[in-house]
Design a protein. Structure first.
Length: 453
């Protein structure tokens, strides 16, 4: 825990009319994620860490060629192993792998071992990778797809996936535009509107009136900016740079931020919000070189990383940030790491969306159990019911929930590690967590608080 808390923390948030349900690009660390001295170095390092275990998401459960998706639960994983979101790959890969391991330890789905086909979703700057790999999964006739983590990638491939009648369940998408986007699309992490609402109110509560925003131009960046700006203005503050409609966003491929930094500092902001992915590795040095104190900065789920090996000591000291989702328990993190290490991976430094990935796999497996087969149509029609949308008996593990189903209990409520409420009619979580972090000491963020609504 940090030595102190700046300002007051929000006590609650709601999904609904006051804060629309959504999810955007994926997000950041529960204790930090790895980054290196440059965006390209960060990407390649993260990708190499994720690729090895992803290729063997439980080697013993690799789907055999021609396996029938109706009689065997075939999970296609569509997670970022390369690109600007590769730092998120290990946590989701580990969470999904652990879930499959637990499912099979409990007897499998409908009495048969579950299997998987792993692929790389990459990011929006590499659309061919995602398009090619999602088609690979569809051609393999998977029962369901876990992913993508990037909202932009999901938005790009969803029409293709939905046209085949295949379930797509993201553990990390946060763009509001994906709420209710398709009967075949589900997600289990809180939305941009909720994170933006919490972040904007926190910024003003900390005594900041004039806020500059450095925002990268994709659906995640602009959607989260819009929600944060709305909360800042509703709380009495003003966005003096990077506001909606000002055309001051930067390209996701930008590598030199001197002009953006000069422009935002010219407005004399009290605080600066950085909404970016691995571009942050260039933005922060540019800000510091221009004399900006990072203690007056706010990060988001896409860049709330561990920068101990990226910046000089104490560069980030005092900066704050928010992320969707729960901070997983130490015991859960240990299990995810154990699975990941056994599969050939290195140390996981960010556990963002590991719990959500785990729960998504378990929910889909339970939906198949409840419906009696592993076809995508069966999973789609039973997902809300096993999430507790109809009430029912609460159960906290795949083994406990599947045992209830086998006994004839049709109404169950799986309460997993992510702590979300039942999925709603738009296939979003009806409640969930926003976690607050603060950088203390050598550029690593420390968990401060999680608030649920």
């Amino acid at each position: 825990m940090p030595a102190h808390r700046r300002g007051r923390m929000l006590t609650a948030w709601a999904l609904g009319a006051a804060a629309a349900v959504t999810l955007a690009a994926c997000s950041t660390p529960s204790g930090g994620s790895s980054a290196s001295t440059s965006a390209s170095a960060s990407t390649s390092a993260s990708a190499s860490a994720a690729a090895t275990p992803a290729a063997t998401i439980a080697a013993a459960t690799q789907c055999a060629s021609g396996a029938d998706p109706k009689t065997q639960f075939k999970l296609g994983t569509f997670l970022p192993l390369t690109g600007s979101l590769a730092f998120l790959g290990p946590a989701a890969v580990g969470g999904a792998g652990l879930a499959l391991q637990d499912v099979n330890a409990a007897g499998g789905v409908n009495g048969k071992p579950a299997c998987s086909i792993p692929t790389d979703s990459s990011d929006a700057d590499n659309p061919t990778v995602g398009s090619t790999n999602v088609k690979k999964l569809l051609q393999a006739k998977v029962s369901a797809i876990l992913g993508a983590e990037s909202s932009s990638v999901s938005e790009a491939v969803l029409p293709t996936v939905a046209a085949t009648g295949t379930v797509m369940f993201s553990p990390a998408n946060t763009d509001d535009a994906l709420s209710g986007a398709s009967k075949w699309y589900f997600r289990d992490a809180p939305p941009n509107s909720v994170e933006g609402n919490a972040l904007g109110k926190q910024i003003v509560a900390d005594g900041n009136q004039k806020v500059g925003m450095l925002v990268f131009n994709d659906s995640y960046g602009t959607n989260l900016r819009d929600a944060t700006q709305k909360a800042i203005e509703a709380s009495g503050g003003a966005v003096v740079y990077g506001a909606k409609g000002k055309n001051q966003e930067f390209s996701s491929k930008e590598t030199n931020f001197s002009s953006q930094v000069s422009a935002v500092l010219a407005t004399k902001p009290d605080a600066i919000v950085i909404i970016a992915f691995d571009q942050t590795a260039q933005i922060v040095p540019a800000l510091v070189s221009a004399g900006w104190k990072m203690s007056k900065s706010y990060l988001v789920d896409g860049n709330l990383n561990d920068y101990t090996k990226t910046f000089p000591a104490n560069t980030m000291n005092g900066a704050q940030g928010t992320t969707q989702g729960v901070n997983p328990s130490a015991a859960f993190k240990q299990k995810v790491q154990a699975w990941y290490s056994k599969a050939g991976g290195s140390t996981i430094t960010s556990y963002s969306y590991s719990a959500e990935a785990y729960d998504a796999v378990v929910l889909m497996a339970l939906a198949a159990d409840r419906g009696g087969d592993s076809s995508s149509a069966t999973i789609q029609s039973n997902l809300l019911a096993v999430s507790g949308a109809n009430g029912g008996t609460v159960c906290k593990s795949y083994s406990a929930c599947s045992a209830l189903i086998k006994k004839g209990t049709k109404s169950i409520h799986y309460e997993g590690f992510a702590g979300i409420g039942p999925l709603n009619a738009k296939h979003d979580p009806s409640s969930g967590y926003i976690s607050v972090y603060q950088y203390v000491g050598n550029n690593d963020s420390k968990f401060v608080n999680s608030v649920r609504g």
